[in-house]
Ligand binder design. Sequence first.
Ligand code: UDP
Ligand code: MG
Length: 326
Amino acid sequence: MLPVLYIVVPCYNEQEVLPITSGLFLKKLLELAAAGKVSPASRVLFVNDGSKDDTWAIIQRLAVQDQHYEGICLSRNRGHQNALLAGLMAARSRCDATISIDCDGQDDIGAMDGMVDAYLDGCEVVYGVRKRRDTDTFFKRFTAESFYRLLNWMGAQVVFNHADYRLLSSRVLEEFSNYREVNIFLRGMVPLVGFKSTSVYYDRAERMAGESHYPLKKMLALAMDGITSLSVKPIRMITGLGLLVSLLSFIGVLWAVADSITGGTVQGWASTVCIVCFMGGIQLLCLGVIGEYVGKTYLEAKARPRYIISQSTWDPGPEGWRKGGE
Ligand code: UDP
Ligand code: MG
């Protein structure tokens, strides 16, 4: 029996690029099926992440045109990671393996052959890794690479220069569904599941159309989620810093006492203010970092659903029926 493959594609306001890349995904799927590597029952599954443009209408149209296209629609915009998770979980029971890929054509679709080959060789996880970052601006390249280094230094095991282009077997997805956390950073969580894995390398191109939805603000939020959901090292660093500052203060107190005993008291207004400011700053910083974790705990404790699917191309839902499937 040939494995059923689902290509899972999160889409947010992608009406410009979707008409171009949807054809490329289908072409690759049909090629893989013709080569006898995957079952003809394989599909391209689009996840509409609460787009405000015509993205969902395009997906619905594609699903009508060709049975290889399917789509689910989230009830509102939940962000790339949640949208991807929704797609993977929806595909889980329908397939043997998924490949997740962005819909903007930046990731080389040709790398899917290598991924499927590795899967057929017995790998359960295949990471798509960028060879070079020539097409990125210096700023994006520098911040992204520093981020991977920082994460690894903090003890999180992320694959260097791997984003969310990867193959996952349904077995891994089944295990992954037990990770119930709300703050998700998939590229850091997948290695935690384990199983046999490998990497395939590819060149990343420019976006084919439309524009990036990852401005600096979202990138920083993703980085913060990545660090705080994978590592408690910042808390340990704060403890270490606290110890160091305490030790220094202790020495300072000894010095001040000795100084006043020997009668050499100083008019130390400036130094006092400096110390007060320094301490205040450090304390606020530490409180901020701890607060970050407390906030995360609060969100996890509420365990709200990570996404809500309002419609799908195989089940339009009450809203869809009312509008006649449109
Ligand atoms: N995306 C999404 N929800 C969002 C933002 C982005 O589903 O809130 C999707 C987007 O449609 C694309 C992928 O995530 O398929 C990566 O986004 P983008 O290409 O804008 O990021 P970049 O490649 O610039 O980092
Ligand atoms: Mg992109």
